[in-house]
Design a protein around this ligand. Sequence first.
Ligand SMILES: Cc1cc2nc3c(=O)[nH]c(=O)nc-3n(C[C@H](O)[C@H](O)[C@H](O)COP(=O)(O)OP(=O)(O)OC[C@H]3O[C@@H](n4cnc5c(N)ncnc54)[C@H](O)[C@@H]3O)c2cc1C
Length: 320
Amino acid sequence: RAVPGDRAQPFGIGTPLRLRAALSRIATTPVERLLARPELPAGQALAARGLPARTVDGFLRPLLAALLCDPDLTTSSRCADLALRAFASGRLCLPEGGADVLPELLAASLPAGTVHTGVRVTSVATNAVTTAEHGVIRCRAVLVATGARSAAELLPGLRVPDFHPVTVVHHTTDEPPATGGHLLLDSERGGPVAHTAVISAVDPSRAPAGRALVSSTVLGPDRADVDDAVRRHLARLYGVSTARWETLAVHHTAEAVPAMRPPHDLRRPVRLLAGLYVCGDHRDTSTLQGALHSARRAAAAILGDLGTGRPMHTSDPVPT
Ligand SMILES: Cc1cc2nc3c(=O)[nH]c(=O)nc-3n(C[C@H](O)[C@H](O)[C@H](O)COP(=O)(O)OP(=O)(O)OC[C@H]3O[C@@H](n4cnc5c(N)ncnc54)[C@H](O)[C@@H]3O)c2cc1C
């Protein structure tokens, strides 16, 4: 079950009318038209759009930095437009129970024993996969569905992009701030928190029993004082004392999100040769949707090559 944000009102009631109009326009602009626009670094494209500086600096820059995990907005403006369009359509949601739930549900729909986890692949060929734990497994086709770096290790020659590092800090408290399920952005760019939300107000199942969960994201390299700095910033953002909040976890991922600098290819090839395929966020947009789209393209290519009738889909999905 996806726990949605407020579909009818993806931006707050204080949003200026001109900005609302701009967001509504982008929500209804066909994807093809967005992708036909000139491609610049997102920061430059924003400056060239003729919007008031207050709207750009106070809202659009911090929002895009949060959506793209890119504080300097070097991402392709086309990818930024796609991210803004998805946001403005009001379709942001969280998988209830956590990010693991979606793959677990997909795996549960397959016959028992189809999926093996905790197995490290050390090399691949069109007809065999070598694993650290179970030796060689013969097969008719191989789809490498790892992150970009592991994919390039298994498939030498594949490009490794730069990455945006991300740190997520989880706090619990028995006195949650009164912001409901709204996402708070750092519009003053005082940092270090880029965005934060009382996640348990959206999905209570994620929080320890009887407590609220506040999850906050810091963009950029890891820093030793992250918890103290985040706590201080959260006190300013929420306007409450965070001194008694408990730190539940701090997760730093150095290679969290593949950078999408212009020119960004939204449909990198997924079929390397008959029998060898690759998918993941590094083949499409650096998002869950991008990873799923590339997987669908790869699955269609495999079915086509194996001659099991028509591919699942007659055309590529349109990026979202
Ligand atoms: C902190 C954080 C927050 C994010 N938030 C969002 C968000 O809100 N919305 C969004 O759309 N995206 C978000 N992303 C990005 C999103 O998680 C990724 O784009 C997405 O998970 C990519 O999926 P994937 O299948 O390409 O790769 P992954 O999800 O990285 O899966 C690759 C899998 O391959 C496995 N693997 C690697 N090497 C091997 C090997 N040799 N043998 C066997 N298995 C191997 C890995 O263990 C892993 O399970 C976030 C990422 C991070 C780090």
